[in-house]
Design a protein around this ligand. Structure first.
Ligand code: MF3
Ligand code: CO
Ligand code: CO
Length: 296
């Protein structure tokens, strides 16, 4: 009889005896080991630039500045101020700390920070809009410090929130936490979106499709794209040294959006509230590290 090497198929039980399918277990482990040995592969195949320790330290420092900026904004937010007041705070603090605000003049964006109120999903341009009691406001900051970018945002309450504001902010925050928990070598990009979508929809909320997380660090928006919806086991394999954002935009109503005539401001089509939280995440050997860490 002719000898034939046993071939384990993707859906077979893993030969290691874990009880998982091969594709959820050692298949990915072997592929992670291969990919990690060959950094050029990720650059050539996906245009993903893996980060080394010195890069990670640079992004971490930019991230700490971004978090300090959000803390400063949080301490100043109050009914009666304009979204442009937030721009002034962010711009001045960034410059004072030896960094540059990445949004300013980015593809024609005219201000130093995105400020998105209530039904504004993202990319709100700071201006004369006055914050009022009960509003929610997302502030998205991206400093460039010593050439490194870190990207993070939070949604704040203005004064006292009503029940709808409470709900959408709580769900959006939990969505980011769920997404981060899916980051580890061997998982795939689609696993992140899947957990986010599953949680958001279980709460009767919806996930915006048009804007996604992204690689970050050497530039504002790098490969890969990180959708906040998707299917388990699909997409690019996560390997150590990848740095990308997770930044789910979650609507209280339907997922559809309009972009206003300024070509930036994205609003919910049904006028419902939208909230977002964002962190810059490093894939480590064992899981993830946030380079813009805050409690969720
Ligand atoms: N910070 C946003 C993001 O998370 C991007 C803003 S682009 C800008 O991806 F031009 F509006 F600043
Ligand atoms: Co981002
Ligand atoms: Co951002």
């Amino acid at each position: 009889m002719k000898h034939r090497a046993l071939k384990v198929r993707r859906n077979d039980p893993c030969p290691c005896g874990s009880g998982l399918k091969y594709k959820k277990c050692c298949l990915n482990r072997e592929t992670v080991a291969d990919a990690a040995q060959n950094r050029d592969l990720y650059r050539q195949k996906y245009n993903i630039r893996l980060k080394e320790e010195k890069d990670i330290e640079g992004i971490r420092r930019a991230g700490q500045l971004a978090l300090n900026t959000l803390d400063l904004v949080a301490s100043r937010i109050a009914p009666g101020m304009t979204t442009d007041d937030i721009n002034v705070i962010v711009h001045d603090f960034t410059i004072k700390n030896g960094a540059t605000p990445a949004p300013l003049n980015y593809r024609g964006f005219p201000k130093s920070v995105c400020v998105s109120v209530n039904e504004v999903i993202c990319h709100g341009i700071p201006g004369e809009r006055v914050l009022k009691d009960g509003d929610i406001v997302n502030v998205d900051v991206t400093p460039i410090l010593n050439g490194y970018y870190a990207d993070t945002n939070k949604t704040f309450f203005v004064g006292t929130p009503g029940p709808d504001a409470q709900k959408i902010v709580t769900v959006a925050q939990r969505c980011l936490k769920e997404g981060m928990s899916a980051v580890r070598p061997g998982n795939r990009i689609g696993d992140i979106g899947w957990v986010i979508q599953t949680y958001a929809e279980s709460q009767g909320c919806s996930v915006v499709r048009e804007f996604v997380g992204h690689g970050v660090g050497f530039d504002f928006h790098e490969a890969p794209q990180v959708p906040h919806y998707g299917r388990q086991g699909e997409g690019i394999l996560l390997i150590p040294g990848m740095v990308f954002t997770i930044e789910p935009m979650i609507n209280l109503g339907k997922k559809d959006l309009n972009v206003q005539s300024d070509n930036w401001t994205a609003v919910t089509r049904d006028g419902s509230l939208s909230a977002q939280f964002e962190q810059t995440i490093l894939v480590t050997e064992t899981g993830f590290e946030s380079l813009t860490p805050f409690d969720l």
